[in-house]
Write a protein that binds this ligand. Structure first.
Ligand code: ADP
Ligand code: ZN
Ligand code: ZN
Length: 825
């Protein structure tokens, strides 16, 4: 049965048209007011989609409020209400408004980003030839050759998209408008069919009041008994048990023993069955954590930071806390940084909470996602687990939001709405008045600073489960490895020895290198010119398996034998190394070992990553080579050796967080060793053994790292001592990019002199050319704004945009505002 989530406040619609507030997914900061024609007023509910006229188009909008003020303008009427029940609960509207305001992003687009993909209606534009057009084509009119060509391509009807494809070039809209005004062609706009529909199935229920005593065949009797024992079943599943069930059921229905109902069913996104488990007796550390957390979960909004070393049993704390929250009738949201980690987390939660778990992530099909979304909306799931986008899970009354591996930069979305899911989880918890629990073995500098200042409460899990030791880390100075040749340049003899011992014991080894491909710096063998991308200012990487040079920024490839652009030679020296070269080195040193590589190249195919994780679990892999993908929270009990091929690659990034990233990645990847019954060891190879990111990673001591890092953040005035906003300007036209950035800089500096911005210091830096000046053919310029207060920054940008909207909408230039930027290259 569908539950109407907005039932709390069913507004009594006054007679006559009401006005509603609608968010339309267009680049407009504000929402719009529409009237609702009489027959639709009773159906209008917050959270439903409406079809509205917008300029020349018809668009899908979302109802944000009922009974809006008409204002001074003539308002248009909505055309239709598209949903029977709301897609999101009214309780989420303040959250959407908050995000739109904070990220300076249109509210309609915020909501579009929040809703599961696949439900958005699209308008299809088609062009049709008219009888006059047909006549003109057959020679009776005066058509220009171009018009003739277009009309032929249209004849008799064609979508605008296909028209462009068929003509093999862009068709100027003006040419089509001319055809229209001459009466030769006509444009039509239709709504495309929704791609994702709810699934329904015919379900058989027994009508217990009429259960027959006798007079039924044996098979009918069996079907009834089966239904009695199992509860309502679909005809399809009955048929699997009793092949002739459909006929019998029809007869049983006729005789009033069974009722057939068309019901909504949910596609099951969980491929595998999970054996049930029960809560583990908590360790003293877990016990202490739960003693604080469980009562606090009843006290409304509060942020906790659980700093538990790798393998300290954070997940068990999450589950026992979740259990307590659910018992109080509230819901739980669990965020993990990556899809690959959802299956692990969901597996554990499902073992404990069975079918009360819903998952949300982009790896599901559109239909599966809609189903999971609806289960949450209807209250048939107590726990929602997902990556970044699960932040928007439509719970009406969350009692707990968990953000696992809170330090992970994957929580930042890098397209469209540039939000940070961890930060927004805290905001959502605040608006919902519930607890938020951030967990990490290597907390972000920002979160730990909040704990140090008393804004968050730290809960520490200082020991591994069963007092398993943290792995011992040996640092090897690569400078002392000079002169080695072949595979020993990557795998030092010392690491090779450790691998041999590990494999001889029948255990698994993990080799980590944060760079994919074979050679990351191919150069011309005769003139030394590096092989660069045609669209980006970046060196291409040689991919051996694919036999191509590939750009890691725009994805374009260059065939092997392309001659050097400078000297024409086609012999190349393959300098630099990535995971492919490491895999090859393992093959040379350990030809009998079963080796696999886990990076973006080997996991692109759906299911490939899960397959590899499974093989690792089943000990079908001896040596796993991988990028930061393997560093994240996986629990691989068989791995006892971690080799870090080159620890300092990420230190050279032009980013004030480079040291933090390096520390976190190294400590995390080290934490993959020795999680099972055997102790682990880590061999860390580096060119910079004295760098404090490396030293503190060796000690696995995030507090030591923090105390050192926080000093330099303070000296440079970076977060957490300031808030940042970056304005990213890009254009295929170099001058336009630079001039727009310059104009924006001048505008912001001018506005900044105003009285109202004098209270809080704001620094406007730049514009400067981005550290990668060109990506995918776009020239890139950046401005950076810094202030102790985020509100001041956003206020300044908002003022600039209101005053000079043109600068933000310069033709052929893209201006993106990134509040709290993470990736600043
Ligand atoms: P973390 O997330 O802190 O890295 P996990 O939650 O993955 O650690 O726990 C590490 C291992 O310890 C897991 O295999 C888990 O099943 C086990 N574990 C957790 N809590 C307990 C407990 N109380 N008793 C026994 N084993 C536990
Ligand atoms: Zn050359
Ligand atoms: Zn490129």
């Amino acid at each position: 049965m569908a539950v109407d989530v907005s039932r709390k406040k069913i507004p009594i619609a006054p007679p006559g048209p009401t006005c509603i507030e609608v968010a339309v997914p267009v680049p407009a900061q504000k929402s719009f007011t529409y009237s609702v024609p009489e027959p639709l007023t009773l159906q209008a509910r917050i959270g439903k989609r409406v079809l509205v006229p917008f300029g020349r188009r018809r668009l899908t909008g979302y109802i944000l409020g009922l009974g809006a003020e008409p204002g001074r303008y003539t308002i248009k009427a909505i055309l239709d209400i598209l949903d029977d029940t709301p897609l999101f609960p009214e309780e989420m509207v303040p959250f959407f408004r908050w995000m739109a305001d904070y990220y300076l992003y249109p509210i309609g687009l915020v909501i579009r980003c929040a809703l599961p993909g696949g439900i958005h209606q699209k308008e299809i534009r088609t062009i049709e030839i008219t009888p006059a057009g047909e006549a003109a084509l057959s020679g009776e009119g005066r058509l220009s050759p171009v018009q003739k060509e277009i009309l032929r391509a249209i004849n008799p009807v064609c979508s605008l998209k296909d028209l462009r494809k068929n003509l093999g070039k862009s068709v100027p809209m003006a040419a089509i408008r001319t055809l229209e005004s001459a009466g030769w062609a006509q444009e039509r706009r239709e709504m495309a069919k929704e791609r994702t529909r709810p699934l329904t199935e015919r379900m058989a229920h027994i009508r217990s009041e009429n259960l027959p005593a006798e007079g039924l065949s044996k098979i009918k009797r069996n079907i009834i008994d089966h239904l009695d024992a199992q509860g309502p079943l679909s005809i399809r599943s009955l048929k699997a048990e009793f092949p002739t069930a459909p006929n019998h059921i029809r007869d049983l229905e006729k005789r009033g023993y069974v009722k057939i109902v068309q019901e909504r069913i949910f596609r099951d996104p969980f491929g595998t069955a999970v054996a049930p488990d029960s809560p583990l007796p908590p360790t003293p550390d877990q016990e202490a954590a739960l003693k604080t957390l469980i009562p606090a979960a009843e006290n409304g909004f509060m942020t906790f930071l659980m700093t538990g070393v790798t393998g300290s049993g954070k997940t068990e704390v999450y589950m026992q806390l979740a259990h307590a929250v659910i018992r109080k009738g509230k819901k739980v949201l669990v965020l993990v940084p990556e899809i690959a980690l959802i299956s692990q987390m969901a597996g554990r939660f499902r073992a404990r909470f069975r079918d009360r778990v819903a998952v949300l992530h982009s790896g599901l099909s559109g239909g599966e996602r809609l189903d999971q979304w609806t289960r949450i909306l209807q209250g048939s799931a107590d726990i929602g687990i997902g990556a970044r986008s699960a932040l928007f899970a439509p719970f009406t009354d969350p009692g707990l939001i968990i953000v696992d591996e809170e330090h992970d930069p994957s929580y930042k979305q890098e397209s469209d709405l540039l939000y940070h899911a961890r930060d927004m989880a805290v905001v959502r918890a605040k608006l919902a008045g519930c607890m938020v629990l951030l967990g990490s073995a290597t907390p972000s500098v920002e979160s730990y600073a909040n704990a140090a200042r008393g804004r968050y409460i730290e809960i520490a899990l200082p020991r591994r489960i069963e007092s398993r030791p943290l792995p011992e880390i040996t640092v090897l100075d690569l400078k002392k490895n000079k002169g080695q040749i072949g595979p020993h340049r990557l795998i030092t003899p010392r690491l090779q020895q450790a691998m041999k011992e590990t494999l001889d014991r029948g255990q698994q080894a993990l080799l980590f290198l944060n760079r994919r491909g074979y050679a990351t710096f191919p150069v011309c063998a005769s003139c030394g010119q590096s092989i660069i991308c045609g669209n980006c200012d970046i060196t291409l990487t040689y991919h051996q398996q694919e036999k191509i040079y590939r750009c890691h920024y725009c994805g374009s490839g260059r065939p092997l034998n392309t001659p050097c652009t400078i000297c024409g030679s086609s012999s190349v020296k393959l300098l630099g190394f990535g995971t492919e070269k490491v895999e090859e080195a393992v093959g040379k040193l350990f030809p009998e070992a079963r080796t696999a590589r886990m990076d973006r190249d080997t996991t692109r195919r759906k299911g490939a990553l899960l397959g590899m994780l499974k093989e690792l679990q089943e000990r079908k892999i001896d040596v796993l080579v991988g990028t930061q993908m393997v560093a994240k929270g996986h629990d691989f009990p068989g791995i006892t050796l971690v080799g870090i091929i080159c620890a300092d690659l990420s230190l050279s990034f032009p980013d004030f967080r480079a040291g933090e990233r390096t520390f976190q990645t190294l400590a995390q990847v080290a934490g993959r060793a020795g999680r099972g019954e055997f102790p682990g060891q880590v061999i860390l190879q580096t060119w910079l053994p004295d760098h404090f990111s490396i030293i503190t990673a060796k000690q696995q001591d995030f507090r030591a790292f923090y105390h050192r890092e926080i000093v330099s953040r303070g000296e440079l005035g970076y977060p957490p001592f300031s808030r940042l906003a970056q304005i990213k300007v890009k254009s295929a036209d170099r001058n336009r990019a630079q001039q727009t950035a310059q104009g924006l800089g001048d505008l912001l500096r001018g506005l900044q002199k105003q009285e109202k911005f004098s209270m809080v210091p704001i620094v406007v830096l730049g514009p400067v050319e981005a550290s990668i000046p060109r990506i995918s053919g776009d020239y890139r310029w950046h401005l950076l704004l810094k202030s102790p207060e985020s509100r001041a920054l956003r206020g300044l940008i908002e003022d600039a945009r209101t005053q000079t909207p043109k600068l933000f909408n310069t033709p052929k230039v893209k201006v993106v505002i990134d509040v709290d930027p993470v990736f600043m290259y």
